[in-house]
Design a protein around this ligand. Structure first.
Ligand code: PLP
Length: 856
């Protein structure tokens, strides 16, 4: 592994600005990341130093670079003090007011811990690589806006992910600038005596891994970030939090141990020091944080519970979200590494190694016995789990069906909550102001929002969109110039950049990470055809493209190079640009500046995708494969669907078909509509489509909708389950499950009889069913006997089955029962039914939970 060479100062410290008392509130505002979605607070910092603000958008930097004289002048400026006072009062109210969560009748959790390997909150805290991190950041922000009591748990990476630049030849270069925590908007968690709060984790044959805890304030939400760069730590310990998604398997495992096990210990330190209530629910955002469950089982067994009772408590209070159907996106460790790190006395003392190993074992058809799978661990340690769009929920149920093989895919206990985006962060300020002027906001009453959008004059919206396109063009030119200088070009060669891109031309954006399934270069499938689209004399289009390839992914870097080479061509370089170093800072002007947002993944590998939602909220029209969220919410009029050639096995053929469809849509539908303007220059049909996009998508794609869904569908039920499991109930539940599993071989449906519906049943008839079941050592209270009915498909499946209970009508010797019930036949057509027995108990969240079923 290589680390950047660094000249280590023998001692370092940061000179913190001393703010004159009248403007001390600047420090408070800089210390809470709410400024990143609050324009009035941003204006205050811009006033401190317009130049420093324009260059960095970083309040800590702005304050650090302001001169004594400047600060004194501001302290004496009544107008400034007034604006500062308003911003500070707004933050105070924001932090103290009752919000949606406080106004609910529900019995939601008192606190929720949200674990994620990455958090993308603002460009000045670069602790993310892509969608997963941005989503986590938006989740915290929306939770804060709603007053949901979340505490985030993550790591602080000294180099973040990486900074991308290009070589002369267009090959991706990675840089790892060192982040100085003193220059970041975070503070150290300290004990009452002022010493640093730390946690430690036992390591096999090594000293304990020690980490300190940083705290970022995301509005009302604290985010705890663990950092192994502590005084006296050996280099290989300091390296654990060096960078996001870098290093080999062992490095990754150490990071995940720190995030999961260390994260729980950090939460305990946080509560001990600040008095914060302990979380009732633990949400693991993707498999990386799965070890949190093992640490909680350790705690619970240390407090006297049996292992199995502790497991029940852990499961009841844990929510697991899976984020990718791409096999390479799932963490799988060599089993031997887990054996090493969870050996007795290591990370979680007292937790038996064989139980840990069993949690991550791929013990299903096609599984690899040498592997420990973090997604599988996530499902086994969480009673509730979800995917991140309806389609992804479906794909996940198929993908992880092996964990519940006795059940049909539809009953695999993985639900879905579709991702959303944080509008106050992502919607251009001008759009927010326009909507506010019309008396609404995207997060408020949907009907008022719709009315405001419908009242917005087209001419005004079009003018605004032009201004946003101009802003993007300016930003892109500056980035292009910097990139070309880095690639070794002299200024004299760069005159063309002054005319690169055009604020009057139809602008298509494409920016995302560069794993192969996202197909960065699909647009290059027919380079001549793309050129004709770009250079069309009447209806040209321009493309703004960005994205990072993982440092170890040479395939991805080749795709970037291919694209950069195409874009370097003097014939087209004014119409297609690749901008290096896609990050939040670039994304903020990019989405509003685009007319069309392109996404062409290989269906169904895009679990959700969120960039298209951000574009839509800024009046961008989506042009996308029907994958992820777009599969769910495309309605035929709010953008365009690129037909997917899913069924075509030949990958080249599939790419050809989909690329052709993409060119056709741009040429025949998109460009003609965009350029079809009246005498006033306003393309009415385009604006109608924009308006429809706002109205149809705005309420759905919001992160506040997503967080409300999590509260309602997962967090509150998890809290209720957890509250129902005190030590006695948990012990009873564990014993009950063991008894059910032991007795299940004796459970059978022996015989089924029916009447009222022969071969000639008519709609309106009643089907009465009697069944004889053997329960062996189990009692009728342990199970539910169900009549499963519906339309038969294939050999032995019933589509969308209806369930009706069958009740005991007679009891016989030897644990045998007769059960009976009836259902009306209210639909014509083919009909099939069967009878099954499943475990049933108050503490189960799904019939499939134990994986046990006995069918006729
Ligand atoms: C929204 C966003 C992403 C995620 O985009 P996807 O459509 O989910 O691929 C990645 N990076 C940045 C900087 C973003 O803002």
């Amino acid at each position: 592994m290589h680390y950047v060479e660094r000249m280590r100062a023998i001692r370092r410290f940061t000179v913190r600005p001393v703010l004159p008392e009248p403007i001390a509130a600047l420090g408070v505002l800089a210390g809470n990341l709410r400024w990143s979605w609050h324009p009035a607070t941003q204006d205050v910092f811009a006033e401190v130093s317009p130049e420093a603000w324009a260059a960095t958008h970083d309040p800590v930097h702005v304050l650090g670079s302001a001169s004594r004289e400047r600060l004194d002048a501001l302290a004496a400026d009544d107008g400034f003090r007034q604006r500062l006072g308003d911003a500070a009062a707004s933050l105070d109210r924001y932090l103290a007011d009752d919000r949606w969560y406080q106004r609910q009748q529900h019995d939601g959790p008192r606190a929720i811990a949200y674990f994620s390997p990455e958090f993308g909150i603002t460009a000045v805290l670069p602790q993310y690589s892509g969608g997963l991190g941005i989503l986590a950041g938006d989740h915290l922000k929306a939770a804060s806006d709603l007053g949901a009591p979340i505490v985030g748990v993550g790591l602080l990476y000294r180099h973040g992910y990486f900074a991308q630049s290009l070589s002369r030849e267009g090959w991706q270069q990675e840089g790892y600038p060192l982040l100085d925590p003193d220059e970041l908007p975070i503070t150290a968690l300290r004990e009452a005596d002022g010493s640093l709060a730390t946690i430690s984790i036992g390591q096999p044959g090594d000293r304990d891994l020690v980490a300190r805890i940083w705290v970022a304030r995301v509005g009302r939400v604290p985010l705890l970030m663990l950092d192994t760069d502590v005084e006296g730590a050996p280099d290989h310990h300091v390296a654990v939090t060096d960078r996001l998604y870098g290093g080999n398997s062992e490095h990754r495992l150490r990071q995940e141990l720190l995030l999961g096990v260390g994260g729980v210990r950090a939460l305990r330190a946080w509560s001990r020091i600040t008095g914060a209530v302990e979380p009732e629910v633990y949400h693991t955002n993707e498999g990386h944080a799965g070890f949190q469950g093992i640490e909680r089982i350790r705690e619970l067994t240390a407090s006297g519970l049996s292992f199995d009772a502790a497991l029940e408590v852990c499961r009841a209070s844990t929510v697991f979200t899976t984020h990718t159907p791409v096999p390479a996106g799932i963490d799988r460790f060599p089993r031997s590494l887990i054996e090493q790190y969870f050996a007795e006395g290591a990370a979680t003392p007292g937790v038996p190694l064989d139980r840990v190993l069993a949690f991550g074992a791929e013990s299903y058809a096609g599984g690899d016995p040498g592997v420990f799978n973090m997604a599988v661990l996530g499902f086994r340690l969480a009673q509730r789990a979800n995917g991140v769009s309806q389609l992804h929920g479906h794909v996940s149920r198929e993908m992880f069906h092996g964990l519940w093989p006795a059940f049909d895919e539809a009953e695999v206990p993985i639900t879905s909550i579709t991702n959303g985006v944080h509008a106050p962060t992502w919607v251009a300020r001008e759009f927010q102001e326009l909507v506010a002027e019309l008396g609404a906001d995207a997060d408020g009453d949907p009907a008022a929002f719709q009315a405001a959008i419908e009242a917005a004059p087209f001419g005004r919206v079009w003018e605004l969109k032009h201004a946003l396109r101009e802003r993007l063009v300016d930003d892109a030119r500056a980035r292009l110039r910097a990139s070309w200088r880095g690639r070794g070009a002299a200024d004299a060669e760069l005159g063309w950049i002054d005319d690169a891109l055009d604020p009057d031309v139809l602008t298509i954006g494409f920016a995302r990470r560069v794993p192969s399934y996202k197909r960065l270069t699909l647009m290059l499938r027919d380079p001549e055809r793309l050129k004709r689209l770009l250079l069309d004399p009447e209806r040209p289009v321009q493309l703004v493209i960005a994205g990072k390839a993982h440092p170890a992914d040479d395939g991805g870097k080749k795709l970037i190079q291919e694209l950069v080479r195409f874009a370097d061509d003097p014939e087209v370089r004014h119409r297609i640009v690749f901008l290096p170093n896609y990050d939040i800072a670039m994304a903020l002007p990019l989405y509003p500046g685009c007319d069309v947002w392109l996404n062409n993944p290989l269906r169904p590998y895009e679990a959700c995708g969120t960039s298209g939602m951000k574009a839509a909220l800024n009046g961008g029209l989506n042009l996308s494969i029907l994958d992820g969220w777009w599969d769910e919410w495309f309605d035929g009029d709010n953008g365009w669907a690129i037909p997917s050639a899913d069924g075509v096995d030949d990958a080249d053929k599939r790419d050809d078909l989909e690329a052709t469809a993409l060119y056709d849509l741009i040429e025949r539908e998109i460009a003609p509509r965009f350029y079809d303007a009246g005498a006033d220059g306003v393309p009415v049909r385009w604006l109608e489509m924009m308006r429809h996009t706002f109205v149809s998508l705005a309420p759905k794609v919001l992160a506040t909708r997503m967080v409300r869904d999590y509260v309602r569908l997962l967090y509150s039920p998890a809290a209720a389950s957890a509250r129902g499991l005190d030590a006695t109930a948990a012990t009873d539940l564990a014993a009950w499950k063991a008894r059910i599993a032991a007795g299940w071989p004796g459970v059978r449906v022996e015989h089924v009889e029916s009447d009222g519906a022969g071969d000639a049943a008519e709609v309106g008839a009643v089907l009465s069913v009697r069944a004889f079941v053997a329960l062996g050592a189990l009692s009728p209270d342990d199970v539910a006997v169900q009549l499963v009915s519906g339309r038969p498909v294939g050999d032995d499946e019933i589509a969308d089955p209806q369930l009706a209970p069958l009740d005991v009508v007679e009891t016989y010797e030897g644990g045998r029962y007769c059960v009976a019930g009836s259902i009306p036949l209210d639909r014509s057509g083919a009909f099939g039914y069967t009878v099954r027995v499943v475990p049933a108990g108050a503490h189960l969240a799904s019939v499939a939970e134990l994986g046990l079923v006995a069918t006729a």
